[in-house]
Design a binder for this molecule. Structure first.
Ligand code: BEZ
Ligand code: FE
Length: 301
């Protein structure tokens, strides 16, 4: 950092103090806290890196481009928040470790409301290509109580790394919801997750390129699990051994969410007698919900 003269430091500090004071009359105390905190950190950043006017203009231009590609299908600002780790930090702050409750991770842009309901043991894949994967587990509270009729939404990319919303023909694939049985158990078929890039054809993709960073996400399967009287959980499971676990572009991997997807040789009998040609995999994910009110977690990044 460049050292600044005492007089220059005082000029900068006087400006910051004036801006902070301008929010002093904000009638909403939380809004006042957010705005003054933002101003303090923003000014600290500008002063620390000695921001040039050219760099300021480039930042404005970048944000403008993010705005131009954002619509009701593409949200470049959330993507920006994701690659800066801000989504994951917000989730970390908002979801402190609670007993043995399953940890949360990023929501991502590919959830769709109204995915079809499947029965226990049903298949979420539909036309999504990929190696079949048997997923099973339980949903319980932190006290171990099995949670009957918990709603589980699951969604994932196909073996080519595409979600159905990225197909041209509107088909539903790789997504569904199901409910736990009276003992809190669930099971379904999916496809074994494979790595794929976040949308990187826009300004955030160019930012990653300029920074020499990869847009790839570690292989994962998304879950959103809800039950009355429990905090809604938005999470994924990741594939143990995936070489991208250390380099997930949105920092979503938590060690507690890495699971063994056990490879099964062709001809290995399946849990439900389904005939599978070729290899398949199986994974167990026991989900523990923290106490709290169910809520819409979709704004959480
Ligand atoms: C995803 O998991 O699908 C995702 C998450 C964050 C940004 C982009 C994609
Ligand atoms: Fe995803």
């Amino acid at each position: 950092m460049l050292t600044t003269s005492t007089a220059q430091h005082a000029r900068e500090q006087e400006l910051l103090d004036r801006v902070v004071r301008s929010f002093g009359t904000c009638p909403d105390p939380r809004l006042r806290e957010l705005l003054t905190g933002l101003v303090r950190h923003l000014h600290a950043f500008i002063r620390e890196v000695r921001l040039t006017e050219r760099e300021w203009a480039a930042a404005i231009e970048f944000l403008t481009r993010c705005g131009h590609v954002t619509d009701d299908k593409r949200q470049e600002f959330i993507l920006l928040s994701d690659v800066l780790g801000a989504s994951m930090q917000t989730i970390t702050v908002a979801n402190p470790a609670r007993g043995d409750a399953t940890e949360a991770t990023v929501f991502g842009p590919f959830f769709v409301d109204g995915a079809p309901r499947i029965p226990l043991g049903g298949d979420i894949a539909g036309p999504a290509a990929g190696e079949p994967c048997w997923v099973e587990g339980t949903v319980t509270g932190t006290d171990g109580t099995p949670l009957a009729d918990a709603r589980i939404e699951v969604w994932e990319a196909d073996a080519d790394g595409r979600y159905d919303v990225q197909y041209d023909d509107g088909r539903t694939a790789g997504r569904a919801h199901l409910h736990t049985d009276e003992d809190g158990r669930y099971r379904f078929w999916a496809v074994t997750p494979t790595p794929y890039p976040i949308p990187h054809d826009g300004p955030v993709g160019r930012l990653l390129e300029a920074a020499g960073r990869s847009p790839m996400r570690a292989s994962h399967l998304h879950f959103m699990v809800s039950h009355p009287g429990r905090r809604t959980l938005v999470t994924h499971i990741f594939v143990r051994g995936d070489e991208l676990l250390e380099h997930d572009s949105v920092f979503g991997v938590r060690p507690s969410l890495i699971r063994d997807f056990e490879k099964q040789e062709p001809g290995t009998p399946t849990p439900d007698g389904r005939q599978v040609e070729g290899t398949w995999s199986r994974v167990r994910f026991d989900i523990v919900l923290a106490p709290g009110e169910p809520e819409d977690r979709r704004g959480d990044g």
